[in-house]
Design a protein around this ligand. Structure first.
Ligand code: SF4
Length: 355
């Protein structure tokens, strides 16, 4: 069954904070506050475009939903709840801060049929949290995540890579702590410098240097290995592109790439193939058989993996479509045939990356 999302942006409304990287109004591309009437209209408009048999979810993105005045939360949610009660919508999702969750709020969310809560955690390193002016601690994250699970909601955790004071070690620490919290899914965002934020000021003063795309790839590939091998779903890597999110408009600089996840997964395949080459003295060629959906990731954007291996090892990489499951892969080199689950490949990468 197809899953369809009705996104409702709640820009900065109710958020008492001003995190260094955030200008919520700019990120969502919406500048007006949302009302119950607008929620109703958005839902109706989206429903007109959706198949009857789709599995539909209403998602309140942006801002800190549970920091809004409780009566407004109830009003907005009651509209969404109507559609769940009517059997039209299956899930209601919202995102919020870790320090804006308590038992009272969770009771209201339960009553209004919310099923999925995403916490904008960003980091679990105390220095990164402080330098990003997040205004909450790692303990807030642990408490709220545990409470959300206890109440039976699905838990999503969002992390950012490249915040002030962040580095590879701190990002890996955050990912490992996430895994301990058993989230149902994770999102990973690279830190971009957005106009009219504290980060823009720091950047202009020369006090903040964003990660490059290359550095982001090198770090996030390791995070993905940690999550994938523990079966933690990573539902997004990179910022949702909107009309405003493109370099030179609202985003001033930072590791923005429209296909960041694909670049990272391409690198993971390349690393594993290099590992095979070095350990098996492969000289002429290596053939990789994959499900159609994985072909472009193994080949790489603009055939990057083909060119890289040719140039560095004078070796031909042949990628062929095979009628095998998405989660499996085969390698043929010298006289060896290797058929493996991607999960095992991630375990090898764990060792290759010294995790
Ligand atoms: S808490 Fe969320 S919405 Fe509020 S400033 Fe920070 S990132 Fe933006």
């Amino acid at each position: 069954m197809k899953r369809r999302i009705i996104p409702i942006f709640v820009p900065h409304r109710g958020c008492p904070h001003d995190c260094i990287f955030c200008n919520q109004k700019k990120i969502t591309g919406v500048t007006t506050d949302i009302t119950a009437e607008k929620v109703e209209n958005i839902i109706k408009d989206y429903l007109k475009t959706m198949d009857k048999d789709a599995q539909i979810e209403i998602a309140f993105f942006g801002g800190s939903f549970t920091a809004i005045d409780i009566s407004v939360q109830k009003k907005l949610l009651s509209i969404a709840k109507k559609y769940v009660d009517g059997g039209i919508v299956k899930d209601i999702r919202l995102s919020t801060r870790p320090d804006c969750i308590d038992e009272n709020i969770l009771n209201v969310l339960k009553e209004n049929k919310v099923t999925i809560i995403e916490l904008g955690v960003q980091s679990l390193d105390l220095t990164v949290l402080k330098d990003s002016i997040r205004g909450h601690s790692d303990i807030d994250v642990i408490h709220s995540a545990e409470l959300i699970k206890k109440y039976g909601f699905q838990l999503g955790l969002q992390m950012m890579v490249g915040l002030p004071s962040d580095d590879e070690e701190k990002s890996l620490y955050t990912a490992r702590k996430f895994i301990e919290l058993s989230p149902d899914f994770v999102r990973i965002y690279p830190t971009l410098v957005v106009k009219d934020t504290g980060l823009e000021k720091l950047y202009k003063e020369g006090m903040y240097h964003p990660f490059t795309v290359e550095k982001t790839i090198e770090i996030v590939k390791k995070l993905l290995v940690l999550f994938y091998e523990k079966n933690v779903k990573v539902i997004r890597v990179g910022l949702q592109p909107t009309e405003d999110i493109s370099l030179g408009k609202e985003v001033i600089c930072g590791p923005y790439h429209p296909a960041l996840r694909e670049l990272i997964e391409t690198r993971m395949y390349r690393d594993y193939i290099e590992f095979l080459i070095k350990n098996n003295e492969i000289e002429a060629s290596i053939t990789v058989g994959v499900n159609r959906k994985n072909i472009s990731k193994v080949i790489g954007n603009k055939k990057s993996n083909l060119f890289y291996l040719k140039e560095k090892y004078r070796l031909t990489l042949k990628v062929v479509e095979k009628n095998i499951p998405y989660e499996e892969i085969e390698f043929i080199y010298n006289d060896i045939y290797e058929y493996t689950a991607l999960k095992e490949l991630y375990m090898h990468l764990h060792g290759i990356y010294n995790l």
